[in-house]
Design a protein around this ligand. Structure first.
Ligand code: MG
Length: 386
């Protein structure tokens, strides 16, 4: 298996000394900022890989894992630095290698100022198809930088009321009853729990959770159910158990079955795997009651904001979610949370080596920092790690 150090060597990212430096884009000398001759911009993009360690092995309908690779990005302009992050759960198909390859193509020196966000992010988007986590890492860092230059947090720039943030759900992965009970007890501060289903022990999972708590639940089946009649029976049973919505109950390709299920379901049916970007809306119209928007799926805050407005125009429910991420990407997503019905922004809480401080959760509710930009600060672990 490739170690991080070997990967860095392979990519030419490694610099001298005990630690390592961010790769400076376009630089032939790693660790030194490269600027194209004759260009006026002082913007530079740097990035470095990091591996998140999950507190518990995380099992969903399709897989289990205990780590998640991320790429940390920085955009610097006039001695101000914006931070971003790409998170790469395996099912999205991105990796340290693919994100690194994409980010090496990004040349921000052609832009006179970071305030040209539409121009910059349109340029980044057209550099290559896909690569949405890589694109999100640039988008988040640029938003952080511009917010800092404006000395305002993004929820204020967008005109959103920080009092209108929702509660965040806390995710309970599929596991043995004793482990599930322990996780539910740990989740006591949260006002809604998201229970993963779809591995054949759904009623046992819910009954186990209910033996410990009366907290409202939502469930995420991760495409795990295959029969629409069984799915509808299960949704009726789940409603009686205090479940408030069902996420991605069947395979995204089962469009006719999902349309029937949504029409007959007593609970909202939310699309997750079925919607990645704004271009997917035409495929899901009438098929689901709502959408789960994630920065890593859609390419960042700019795209997520557009998708929220598209969903509202189609009278759909909106949830904002995340991957396992540091507080960097999670706090960025939280800036949009006053606009949504539900938030599932617990990715930073599921890891043991978060390197940023950002949003806080008080009595289950998201509290947005007043810090300019996306609202994060490097914590002591960041300083110790790099
Ligand atoms: Mg999901």
């Amino acid at each position: 298996m490739k170690t991080r150090r070997n990967f860095l060597k392979d990519c030419g990212i490694i610099a001298g000394g005990a630690g390592f430096s961010y790769l400076s884009l376009g630089s032939s000398e790693p660790g030194r900022v490269f600027r194209k001759p004759g260009k006026s911009s002082g913007m530079s993009l740097r990035f470095k890989p990091y591996e998140l360690k999950l507190k518990h092995v995380f099992t969903i309908a399709s897989s289990s894992r205990s780590t998640t690779p991320v790429m940390l990005t920085e955009i610097e302009f006039e001695n101000i630095t914006g931070y971003g992050e790409a998170s790469m759960p395996p099912y999205l198909g991105e990796s340290h290698e693919t994100v690194g390859t994409f980010l090496k193509k990004v040349d921000l020196s052609q832009f006179a100022t970071p305030f040209l966000m539409e121009d910059i992010l349109s340029y980044v988007d057209q550099l290559a198809p896909g690569n949405y986590a890589a694109k999100a890492s640039v988008d988040i860092a640029l938003h952080d930088l511009v917010g800092k230059l404006m000395k305002q947090p993004w929820h204020r720039i967008w005109g959103l009321n920080p009092d209108h943030t929702p509660n965040t759900s806390f995710t309970i992965g599929i596991d043995k009853p004793d482990v599930v009970k322990e996780k539910v007890r740990e989740a006591a501060p949260y006002r809604i729990l998201k229970v993963k289903l779809g591995q054949g022990n759904d009623k046992e999972m819910i009954t186990t959770v209910r033996s410990v708590t009366d907290t409202p639940l939502c469930v995420d089946v991760n495409q795990g159910w295959t029969d629409k009649h069984m799915a509808l029976d299960m949704i009726h049973w789940l409603k009686d158990q205090g479940v408030v919505f069902v996420e991605q109950p069947m395979a995204k390709a089962a469009v006719a079955d999902l349309t029937w299920l949504t029409q007959n379901s007593p609970l909202p049916v939310i699309a997750d795997e079925a919607i990645q970007t704004k271009g997917d809306f035409k495929k899901i119209q009438g098929v689901y009651s709502g959408v789960n928007i994630k920065l890593m799926k859609c390419g960042g805050l700019r795209s997520a904001f557009t998708m929220i407005n598209m969903a509202r125009a189609m009278d759909m429910k909106v949830m904002i979610g995340c991957m396992t991420e540091t507080s960097c990407a999670v706090t960025a997503a939280a800036q949009l949370s006053p606009l949504v019905d539900w938030a599932d922004l617990d990715g930073n809480l599921l890891i043991g080596n978060d390197i940023f401080d950002g949003l806080t959760i008080v009595d289950g509710k998201i509290i947005l920092p007043e810090t300019p930009g996306i609202g994060i600060r490097k914590n002591d672990l960041f300083k110790a790690s790099f």
